[in-house]
Design a protein around this ligand. Structure first.
Ligand SMILES: [Zn+2]
Ligand SMILES: [Zn+2]
Length: 418
């Protein structure tokens, strides 16, 4: 009787559980717990030295040093500050990649943490400090389990996710151009973003498009100056701009199929000289978010038509630029369906939430238009919104992210059959 119980127990422990056996999950969980104090130190150090788009020099050196100490093959200087580290397991193939972004934002931190930003005006207000820490701890856990990894794992640390200067490729594009997904040829890639509003210990995921196509538009409206008391002698660029902003919203409310999500927001307006001068020039900047390129094109054409109409009606001239930025992030259906039960086994079934597509953007999309990808949101609870001066992650996620990354990597290499 005793013998048969032991046999059942042993069989249960090593039973393949949707690509991941129970013993492996236990080991990963123990290691994430064991390395948690180090995760806190890493994240707080990275949080203190936020660096902007393509300037992540100190961050990059810190990460490379950590990865080299793990014995990984580390390549630095990709797209400037980007890093790729290779962990060889018991076989060369398949190759699975995990990606973190490294850049911070030009925001002045307003928290009381002893580890608040020491770079005035810069802040990790998008949680990329936590993203980097998650991948570093994942690399440490998987290095420990190297003998049990039937394939190769590539850790990617990319610069400049938050958006490059106009007309320059961002971090993901630049890394791809410098062949980060080659040598070894990466078969699939996984990424995450922290997200307030989802409880700590839960994630949000979906198959298909998960984040939006993003475009920015820039409009200059040129009128004619005159005295504010004689508006009929000028062409009021402010009046025309206000009309333009109102009419742009009709592209969402009147010209779009309501079943298809889309957003148009004008985020910046600048114009005029003083209270009693009819403004000669107004500049507008805005963003358009969609989940199809067709709708993106339709909205761009619509903006131009509205401007042409205003030119006829009021006699303005205009300059209009529409710039297509990151495309939508697409979660490969088969790969996502493969990972969902793996994540459920690690976190619990109710902790894996199926989310709707979100209109935020991620340049992870560039990977997802090259190879099969999965991207998910790591819940960070009830914190200030992303991109605000009081944003902070709940540090418990520094245990959860590595468990999910490490579990997914092993499950994929052991059992994914495309
Ligand atoms: Zn951001
Ligand atoms: Zn971000």
């Amino acid at each position: 009787m005793k013998k048969s119980i032991s046999l059942v127990l042993v069989t249960w422990l090593f039973l393949p559980c949707l690509g991941l056996d129970v013993e492996t999950i236990k080991q990963i969980r123990q290691k994430a717990e064991q390395y948690y104090p180090q995760a806190l130190t890493l994240r707080r150090h990275l949080h203190q030295c936020p660096e902007l788009c393509f300037q992540e020099k100190e961050t990059s050196e810190f990460i490379a040093t950590f990865l080299e100490k793990l014995g990984l093959k580390v390549q630095t200087g990709i797209a400037g500050t980007g890093i790729k580290a290779i962990l060889r397991g018991t076989r060369k193939k398949p190759v699975f990649a995990i990606r973190a972004d490294m850049d911070a934002l030009p925001i002045t931190e307003q928290t009381d943490f002893p580890y608040a930003s020491r770079n005035p005006g810069n802040m990790h207000a998008c949680g990329h400090d936590a993203h980097m820490t998650n991948v570093l701890i994942t690399a440490k856990i998987l290095s420990d389990l190297r003998d049990r990894i039937p394939g190769t794992i590539v850790f990617i640390f990319q610069p400049c996710e938050e958006g490059p200067p106009p007309n320059q490729p961002g971090g993901a594009q630049a890394m791809i151009q410098e062949k980060v997904l080659r040598n070894p040829l990466v078969n699939a890639i996984l990424g995450l973003h922290v997200l307030p509003g989802i409880p700590v210990g839960s994630i949000g995921i979906r198959t298909g498009p998960i984040m939006a196509n993003v475009a920015s538009f820039y409009v200059n409206i040129f009128g004619k100056a005159s005295h504010g008391a004689f508006p009929h002698q000028g062409i009021d660029a402010i009046y025309v701009a206000s009309s333009a902003i109102q009419q742009f919203q009709s592209l969402i409310s009147r010209f779009r199929d309501p079943k298809e999500p889309a957003v148009l927001s004008v985020g910046k307006i600048k114009g005029g000289v003083r209270m009693n001068v009819i403004a000669e020039k107004v500049e507008l900047e805005g963003t358009v978010r969609t989940f199809s390129f067709e709708l993106q094109d339709k909205i761009a054409e619509g903006i131009e038509k509205i401007l042409k109409g205003l030119a006829v009606a009021y006699g303005i001239t205009y300059r209009f630029t529409f710039s297509k930025d990151a495309p939508f992030v697409y979660n490969d259906p088969e790969l996502t369906e493969f990972f969902i039960p793996v994540f459920e086994n690690i976190l619990g079934k109710n902790q894996v939430q199926k989310v709707k597509p979100m209109c935020i953007a991620e340049d992870f999309s560039y990977y997802s238009h090259q190879i099969p990808t999965v991207f998910f949101f790591l819940g960070t609870g009830d914190t200030s919104p992303l991109h605000t001066p009081t944003f902070s992650v709940d540090e418990k996620i520094l245990k959860i992210g590595p468990m999910l990354f490490a579990g997914a990597a092993i499950a994929y290499l052991e059992g994914f059959q495309p």
